[in-house]
Write a protein that binds this ligand. Structure first.
Ligand code: GUN
Length: 295
């Protein structure tokens, strides 16, 4: 039977409506407008497209939003000074530095310079540590989006076998930790697979919920998926250009074949991507509330 398609676009739209209401309420009741700055260093086309999407959404939701573009040859010191300026700015509640950064800049040094209270990406070690002990202020946006998709699609996670393919700091590791926590939309038995895994298919075939962030187009084929599994595809691979110059995207799973076998599957585009941006907005609203002592 063909799988139900989990539309990240639709779920994100619902959540954005909820955020819009909350932003309106914050303005009316407390005179607070959530403020987000996105810092882009250089002109990497994928990064430009991500940051443009984040800024567009922030504006649509009524945020105060600042796009700060810096040249690819900005010094590390100048970038750290810029971050400090936004750390001190009371109108800015969330700071996002788009990754990757040019090679001459130490990425960790930059991420560590962001005030953890304004770290809406949840990449600062303080926030990573809090996530680990079940005390998170912010969840990293992509894992947060994945978990919300599972919850809002009615997927049973309690006691489920979750297999994560990929061990990045942004997706693989945090989603594995989150799914193993004793919490709503979690409490699962989790396996993390990676490039060192000996027999990947042996693990993926056990998954009730398969979360793939491998960074390789069609890394997961239909024979690697259990009948009735829920498949979440985090991959965004640019495999060509349309005649109008738009990127052609594909995920990390063989969508056409797997949708005949899975019970639910996320598409690319229109799956995890729109959720990631929406969770960034949710984190920024939370940051604005925390900064203003609003529960
Ligand atoms: N580059 C790719 N994904 C992300 C993300 O979630 N946050 C930031 N800051 N950079 C990214």
């Amino acid at each position: 039977m063909a799988a139900k398609i989990i539309s990240g676009t639709e779920i994100a739209k619902q959540i954005r409506e909820e955020i819009k209401e909350e932003v309106k309420n914050l303005k009316e009741k407390y005179n607070v407008t959530p403020g987000l700055v996105t810092i882009l260093v250089g002109e990497n086309p994928a990064s430009v497209s991500y940051v443009t999407g984040k800024q567009k959404t922030a504006k649509e939701l009524g945020f105060y939003s600042v796009q700060d573009n810096q040249p690819a040859d900005i010094t590390e010191e100048a970038l750290l000074t810029l971050i400090d300026k936004y750390n001190q700015d009371p109108l800015i509640h969330g700071i996002l530095v788009q990754l990757p950064l040019p090679k001459h800049i130490n990425e960790n040094k930059v991420l560590y310079a962001i005030n953890p209270d304004k770290d809406v990406d949840a990449f600062h070690p303080v926030n990573v540590g809090k996530l680990m002990i079940g005390e998170a202020n912010y969840y990293p946006c992509t894992p947060f989006g994945i978990q919300q998709m599972l919850i809002r699609s009615g997927v049973q996670t309690d006691g489920a076998e979750v297999v994560v393919v990929g061990r990045s700091n942004i997706v693989g590791k945090p989603i594995a930790i989150m799914m193993a926590q004793k919490a709503k939309g979690a409490n699962a038995t989790v396996t993390i697979c990676h490039t060192g895994t000996k027999n990947l298919a042996e693990h993926t075939r056990r998954a009730d919920i398969l979360i793939v962030a491998a960074g390789r187009p069609k890394a997961i084929t239909a024979d690697m998926v259990k009948e009735g599994a829920v498949v979440i595809d985090v991959g965004v691979n640019r495999i060509g250009m349309t005649s109008e110059g738009k990127a052609i995207l594909c995920g990390d799973v063989d969508f056409d074949a797997i949708k005949e076998k899975a019970s639910m599957i996320t598409p690319v585009p229109g799956g995890v991507g729109p959720m990631t941006i929406t969770m960034l907005m949710l984190n920024t609203v939370k940051a604005a509330k925390v900064a203003n002592g609003i529960a």
